[in-house]
Design a protein around this ligand. Structure first.
Ligand code: NAD
Length: 448
């Protein structure tokens, strides 16, 4: 099949590459000319495990192409994915200007008699498929070259994406489920054929109406965010009551109804999805006069949790962080990605530097993104140990695997003080006690 993917970021590039991998001919369109030029030359623009190999293979086989020209991208495509940003607007709602802008442009390009399926892959509020359809029709009717009545020439489908950064290729190639929102039989058939290679093991393709599909994505992310904030509150309680959150986590996670995943406490969720999606669902709810009480609490807990370690850090240094040097391990919002959107590490950097402290940071993939955002506000080091030189304390913000079993002897010789504030609970309490570190983690006894 001939596919166009509009927007070549995390979702668009993975989507385009994976559809090319199953034999389709894919053209990815992006307005960012630098990005497109790099991709054309075979330079991958995001870090995502396993993606580069597939990307290069499909580029070489000519199944994957890149352009900044929308018309060229969609000309032969029977299937058009919108993988565009939906950032939070000022009031928290998802800003649809990218989606609706492209929909208007498509209205001028769609011709009667050349059926196309247009698919919202972006995370969009309930009712967006209808808005996209209206925008296409409106702009087609205004267009001088447009064919006028193109109502039968396209369908708009909601097909939310559930991939997780860090394991995006696996998630896309072997999805737990594919959700397809459409009332059109014709579009349903096209979508079923397109996804058939990805669900050969029998994972379900769940068909529903557009509105339910749009809400499904928000409900999924909001539920997961709720699980995280719930566990972070349990962790806070553990600290006050002298319980160990790791034990509680194991105790509840073995109950099938609860499940083991998403029960790890930490310094809050970040990334490009959970914060904005929870906020957008709260806004959608208030738009229909519904106060989504649980999600308001989820957001509040998460805001506070990002700086949960700060009082302990200040306490340790007797409320004076001026001139203190902090080593920071981890900048990405989670491991195996270079994405720093809403990363808790950035909030910590802001708070520490405001108090007059300096920060020396290492992250295996995210340093250049941070440098592009905050410049030389902090020092960047070429490995995790260099960051520790003369540090008054180490703070761990991201659970990269390479931080899990570090060389503690080397750490002791490099650091000024043997002090660790761990926002991701990486180390065993007994082991760290034997090594003689002061160690504050989340929801567990402080070792001192
Ligand atoms: P992104 O910011 O990484 O990528 C968006 C791309 O769209 C950028 O490359 C940008 O240059 C391009 N773009 C903007 N305007 C354009 C236009 N008019 N024409 C062509 N290209 C244009 O965003 P993302 O993380 O890929 O997210 C895209 C959508 O998918 C969002 O709605 C997001 O909520 C959703 N989503 C993201 C993830 C994730 O893990 N990142 C997972 C599931 C769903």
């Amino acid at each position: 099949m001939k596919i166009a993917v509009i927007g070549t970021g995390y979702v668009g590039l993975v989507t385009g590459t994976c559809f090319a991998e199953t034999g389709n001919k894919v053209t990815c369109v992006d307005i960012d000319i630098n990005k497109v030029n790099k991709l054309k030359k075979g330079e991958i623009t995001i870090y995502e495990p396993g993606l580069e190999k597939l990307f290069l293979r499909n580029l070489k086989e000519n199944r994957l192409q890149f352009t900044t020209n929308l018309e060229e991208g969609v000309r032969d495509a029977a299937i058009i994915f919108l993988a565009l940003p939906t950032p939070p607007g000022e009031d928290g709602s998802a800003d649809l200007k990218y989606i609706l802008g492209v929909a208007e442009d498509l209205g001028k390009l769609i011709k009667a008699g050349e059926y196309k399926v247009i698919i919202d892959k972006s995370t969009v509020p309930v009712g967006t498929a209808e808005k996209v359809k209206a925008a296409i029709l409106m702009s087609s009717s205004k267009s001088s070259t447009g064919a006028g009545d193109i109502a039968d020439a396209f369908d708009v489908v909601s097909n939310p994406e559930f991939l997780r950064e860090g394991v995006a290729v696996d998630d896309f190639m072997k999805p737990d489920r594919v959700v397809i929102g459409t009332k059109s039989e014709r579009a349903r058939k096209v979508m079923g054929e397109l996804y058939a290679p990805f669900v050969r093991q029998g994972n379900p393709v769940i068909y529903m109406d557009e509105r339910s599909a749009e809400l499904t994505k928000y409900a999924a992310n909001s539920f997961l965010a709720t699980k995280i904030s719930f566990m972070n509150e349990i962790a806070r309680l553990c600290e006050k009551l002298g319980a160990d959150v790791d034990m509680v986590r194991r105790g509840i996670g073995s109950d099938e109804r609860i499940g083991k995943r998403f029960l790890f406490p930490g310094i809050g969720y970040g990334g490009s999805c959970f914060p904005k999606d929870v906020q957008a669902l709260v806004k959608s709810s208030s738009d229909v006069n519904y106060n989504f009480e649980i999600l308001n609490a989820v957001m509040k807990v998460n805001e506070d949790q990002k700086l949960h370690l700060l009082p302990a850090i200040k306490d340790y240094f007797k409320n004076n962080l001026k001139g203190k040097k902090f080593a920071l391990w981890g900048l990405a919002f989670k491991p195996n990605t270079d994405d720093i959107r809403e990363a808790p590490a950035l909030y910590l950097i802001e708070a520490l530097t405001k108090e007059g402290a300096t920060v020396s940071a290492f992250d295996p993939e995210a340093m250049s993104n941070v440098k592009n955002t905050i410049g030389d506000k902090i020092e960047y080091t070429s490995n995790q140990y260099e960051a520790l030189k003369n540090a008054d304390a180490l703070i761990i913000a991201t659970e990269w695997n390479e931080f899990r079993t570090p060389d503690f002897d080397q750490m002791k010789t490099l650091m000024k003080n043997k002090v660790i504030f761990d926002g991701r609970n990486l180390f065993d309490l007994a082991a760290i006690r034997a090594l003689g570190f002061y160690y504050k983690s989340i929801g567990r006894e402080t070792v001192n």
